[in-house]
Design a protein around this ligand. Structure first.
Ligand SMILES: [Zn+2]
Length: 392
């Protein structure tokens, strides 16, 4: 049920930019408080020169603001929704319309205005209690006025910061103003995708053997959210299926609206908010049933598949170019004390940032080395014998 009036200040405090991005199926590359993504805004110019698009959308997750260096759009989460929905930011009716969408999507509730009784709990609030609540939310205070939006330093990677998507502290604040809503993160999935096609030509074209396809449970999906994608089951470290990621099979279709890899966003089921945080998982970790002597850490799924096929099955992926604090702990726990960890990210700038975040979050004592690939090379570019020599 929507609230008849909107407290815009409270709305800005309650809505997290990352949740809005997830609502639009955007999975940004997160480094600390900074994130980047391909710009999905309708006003963003389409590229006609055939060159690969770059991630021009820069987001400061902590401040809850964005800026696109391509179409120059900027603002906060509400502005983002206005632009995504094709609404007019200077029309108050449109602004209210966008705000009501946020209220609906994230089940926001607000304290009533001074002197108005709140029917849910009968609590009467006044300006005093409102400001007291605000004092308890210092993290949100910088987003209260859109005129204060600054894009300063938004592209600078702040490696080593705690990945903000792993933090639940911001969410807990809502309990003061909103009705309690149970939040479950990375819960076991209550169903399986049954009719996946493991014989789809895309899989063979990527050099995957039938054994590898079966091991990783891969298959082409022709319906639902993962339509036209290879479904990739993701498991918790205990081995429970948590969700499916989807890799689009037709690279020509990759765009803002159609990311190469699709991860589930937040959704509500039976009054429970289900969230998926990939920063709390390591791909393939559940297959390592006990700590290993030598663990290889890569960025993406394809590297895990390829290394496994080449005989290196003690391999996990952070599923992106950043290692969170939680992932660092998981990695450390997968290696025996005094064991070795080889970092094998892609040979580009994102891979360099990935290695830096891994060095920051892996706890010692472990022997950690970074096999630095160059020229944009990825682990999948190396034939088995070269990979073996590299990993010796
Ligand atoms: Zn843009």
């Amino acid at each position: 049920m929507s609230t008849p009036w909107i407290d815009f200040r409270s709305l800005r405090q309650q809505v997290r930019m990352i949740d809005v991005l997830h609502h639009y199926q955007i999975e940004p590359k997160v480094r600390g408080e900074q994130a980047t993504a391909l710009c999905p805004l309708p006003g963003h110019p389409t590229r006609t020169d055939g060159r690969r698009r770059t991630a021009s959308l820069s987001i400061h997750l902590g401040k809850g603001i964005f800026k696109c260096f391509g179409c120059q759009a900027s603002g906060n989460a509400l502005d983002f929704v206005l632009l995504m929905e094709g609404l007019n930011r200077s029309d108050p009716q449109h602004v209210r319309q966008a705000a009501l969408k946020l209220v609906d999507w994230f089940k926001l509730t607000f304290d009533p205005p001074p002197g108005v009784e709140k029917s849910a709990n009968g609590r009467v609030t006044d300006a005093g209690s409102a400001s007291a609540q605000q004092a308890a939310k210092p993290r949100c205070s910088s987003t209260t006025a859109s005129s204060r939006i600054s894009t300063e330093g938004m592209t600078a990677p702040s490696i080593g910061d705690t990945q903000s998507t792993t933090s639940d502290s911001g969410r807990q604040d809502n309990s003061a103003t909103a009705e309690p809503l149970q939040v479950v993160v990375n819960a076991p999935l209550p169903f399986r995708l049954e009719k996946l096609d493991p014989t789809h030509p895309y899989l063979a074209s990527r050099g995957l053997t039938p054994e590898a396809i079966a091991t990783f449970g891969l298959g082409f999906c022709n319906r639902g959210m993962l339509k036209d994608r290879i479904a990739i089951p993701l498991h918790s470290i205990e081995g429970e299926l948590v969700c499916y990621a989807g890799r689009i099979v037709d690279d020509e279709r990759i765009s803002d609206d159609c990311p190469k890899y699709l991860f589930p966003g937040a959704r509500e089921r039976d009054g429970v908010r289900h969230e998926f945080h990939k920063s709390l998982l390591l791909y393939n970790a559940h297959r390592l049933t006990k700590p290993v002597e030598h663990l290889i850490v890569v960025e993406g799924f394809a590297s895990v598949w390829w290394l496994t096929m080449c005989g290196f099955s003690d391999v996990v992926a952070v599923m992106g170019s950043s290692c969170s604090e939680a992932q660092g702990r998981l990695i450390s726990d997968l290696v025996v004390t005094g064991g070795r960890i080889t970092l094998l990210p892609d040979g580009d700038d994102a891979g360099t940032a990935c290695a830096a975040s891994l060095f920051t979050h892996i706890t010692y004592p472990h022997y950690v080395r970074w096999l630095r690939l160059s020229g944009g090379n990825q682990p999948t570019d190396f034939p088995p014998n070269e990979l073996a020599a590299l990993l010796e």
